[in-house]
Structures are given as structure tokens and as C-alpha cells.
Design a protein around this ligand. Structure first.
Ligand code: G3I
Length: 312
């Protein structure tokens, strides 16, 4: 039976899923579905600083290595997620107790350690994640407080110094045409203008309360590619509830938004999870059954819709 991976190869795009390392290690159906249907993976949590941390300033790379090794065995494109974020850094960092100089060093050491380790094995990094505040401007976080806006430049420069991966800015709520999408556009335009080594933008495209019009996604992708940037859809999921009423409407939207994004120039689409049993969305009350496979790893109408969208 034709797989998403077959269709993606024919369309010359990557189709991926965010993977949970324990499921990859212990669930045969999960592992086989990922290897059969996808040619790209993102570490859902294993490459975040918190999960990597082992004691004070130490690292335990076992989980991240397992994901990268799995991807290598199955000739998969790897998206590293994420080097600099306001969430999930280790408790020992204690930014409020650090001088600006110490925070600057921590930022540099972390990126050099992690991005350097996976040089040649991670193809794209979400270098900075969710730096734009929902109300406009830069999100107040430990890095902004310590280094000012230049923390973003430094993050990309450190990553570029130790990695040959494509370097992405990744965010949510900036998928279509919105005030936040304009903020992200302005941010990356400025980075490009100042020759900060950014290669692309990740549009997370979490859909739960209302759908993002596919035409707006396409327009946003086009203006970003006009800057010379790649655009990935990095965390696609469509919760059944508010945004779409049932699995058929869900499939229609998956078809429309993936078609529009790929036609506009997106060359990588990653769903935020493999099966509905593993998704973060329902637990947050953001809609149900958002992915392409149900809890028993059976293909849903959304799977066929993405297959058709890639087969255009
Ligand atoms: O691994 C621990 C486990 O040992 C512990 O018993 C358990 C209960 O405290 O927590 C487990 O860690 C959880 C982790 O997921 C792994 O399951 C964290 O508490 C929980 O906060 C974490 O949630 C993740 C969240 O990011 C925060 O990092 C979600 O799985 C993940 O889907 C979500 O993904 C984010 C992207 O990184 C960025 N974009 C938004 C997206 C959705 O929030």
C-alpha cells in the first residue's frame, strides 16, 4: 500500500513525525509505523535541555542518540528541537542567580555541546524556539533578560560555528497572516538583513481553536521564501473539536493546508506525533485525535488526505 514516505519522495519533500523515545524503544507498532510512513523525525522532547541534563551542567545523550541512530538506520532527515527556548531548561541553570556573563557562557556552552555533538547527524535545528511574545515584541525570558535581543544572534552564530545543519527560527501562532506572523516576519527579515546565519523558519501549525486559512499559510510561506529562507511546517496537528468537527473535516483541512503549504514552497512537513494515543493536544483540552493514525496505528482519513496532497 502506498505510504506517506512514497508520496513525499515523489513530491521531493520530507514528511515527518515528532517521536517519543520510549515509544520508539518499546512499541513495535509505533516503531514500524514511523519507519514505514515517514522519512523525517523530530525529537519531541529528547533534545531539549531539560531532558538532556545529567546533574549540574552534565549531559545524558542516550535518548537523543537513540532517535538519531534510528533515523540513520532508516535513512531519515532529522530535525533537532530545540537549542534555545524559554521552557524545559534544567533547574540548576537558575537564571535569576546568574550574572549576564554567566548566562552568555551557558548559552554558548550548551549550543556548542549539543549542536556540535550532532554535527552531520542532525539536518536542521530549531535554534531558537518561540522568542516572539503573543502580544508582540520579544518574549520576556531568561536569555532576553541577560543578553538582550542579541541572544538570538548569538544562538544562531554559536550553532553555525559547530553545525552544518540548516538553522531555523521556530514559532507557533505565526502560521498564516496575523499580527504575530508579522512580528516573526519582521524578526527574521532583520536577521537576514544583518547576515545572522539563519536558514529557515519553522511554522508549528498547531490547529485547535480555529483553522488557519490555507491561503494565508501560503501567503506567509511565500513572503518568507522571498527572503531566501526555507520554510518547514514543524508541528502540524489538527484537533477535532473547535477547529474541525469530525475526522472527515479534519482530513479536508489536512489536505487543504498541506497542499497550500507545499505549493507555496514548504519542503518539510512534520506532524507533532505519530498516533492519537500519544498527542499532547487532548491532554491540554485542545481538541481530540489530531494526528494521521489512530491509537491502534490505523490510517485515518487524514492520512489519505495528506497522501493525496503530496501526490498532487
Ligand atoms: O519525562 C517526564 C517524566 O519522567 C515525569 O514523570 C512526567 C511527569 O512530570 O513528566 C515527563 O516530562 C514531560 C515531557 O513532556 C515528556 O512526556 C513534561 O512534564 C512535559 O512538560 C513535556 O511536555 C512537552 C512540552 O512540549 C514541554 O516540553 C510535550 O510532550 C511536547 O509535545 C511539547 O511540545 C512543544 C514543542 O516542544 C514546542 N512547540 C509547542 C509544543 C506543544 O507544547
Amino acid at each position: 500500500m502506498r505510504t506517506l514516505r512514497d508520496a513525499a519522495a515523489d513530491a521531493d519533500v520530507h514528511i515527518g513525525a515528532a517521536v517519543d523515545v520510549e515509544s520508539l524503544r518499546t512499541n513495535t507498532d509505533y516503531r514500524e509505523t514511523v519507519a514505514r510512513e515517514f522519512d523525517a523525525v523530530t525529537a519531541e522532547n529528547a533534545m531539549k535541555w531539560g531532558p538532556l541534563a545529567d546533574g549540574e551542567s552534565g549531559y545524558d545523550f542516550a535518548a537523543a542518540d537513540d532517535i538519531v541512530d534510528f533515523a540513520a538506520r532508516h535513512d531519515m532527515y532529522v530535525r533537532g528541537h530545540t537549542l534555545v527556548w524559554h521552557r524545559m531548561y534544567p533547574e540548576w541553570v537558575r537564571p535569576w542567580a546568574r550574572s549576564d556573563t554567566e548566562m552568555r557562557r551557558l548559552l554558548s556552552d550548551h549550543i556548542h555541546t549539543v549542536a556540535g555533538r550532532y554535527r552531520g547527524r542532525v539536518d536542521a535545528w530549531d535554534v531558537v524556539n518561540e522568542a516572539v511574545d503573543d502580544d508582540g515584541g520579544l518574549r520576556e525570558n531568561a536569555w532576553l533578560n541577560a543578553l538582550g535581543p542579541e541572544y538570538i544572534d548569538r544562538a544562531f552564530e554559536h550553532a553555525a560555528a559547530v553545525s552544518d545543519a540548516d538553522l531555523f527560527y521556530n514559532d507557533y501562532g505565526a502560521d498564516g497572516l496575523s499580527a504575530k506572523a508579522d512580528e516573526v516576519y519582521d524578526l527574521v527579515s532583520d536577521l537576514v538583513a544583518r547576515e545572522v546565519p539563519v536558514d529557515g523558519v519553522g511554522l508549528q501549525l498547531h490547529v485547535f481553536d480555529d483553522v488557519v486559512p490555507p491561503a494565508d499559510v501560503a501567503a506567509n510561506v511565500e513572503r518568507l521564501t522571498d527572503l531566501g529562507l526555507d520554510v518547514h511546517i514543524t508541528e502540524l496537528d489538527v484537533g477535532i473539536g473547535e477547529a474541525v468537527a469530525d475526522r472527515d473535516e479534519q482530513a479536508e483541512y489536512y489536505y487543504d493546508v498541506v497542499s497550500a503549504a507545499v505549493d507555496a514552497g514548504v519542503d518539510t512537513v512534520v506532524t507533532w506525533g505519530v498516533d492519537d494515543g500519544q498527542s499532547w493536544l487532548p491532554a491540554r483540552g485542545f481538541g481530540d485525535a489530531p494526528l494521521l493514525f489512530d491509537e491502534e496505528f490505523r490510517r485515518k482519513p487524514a492520512h489519505g488526505a495528506v497522501l493525496d496532497a503530496l501526490g498532487e
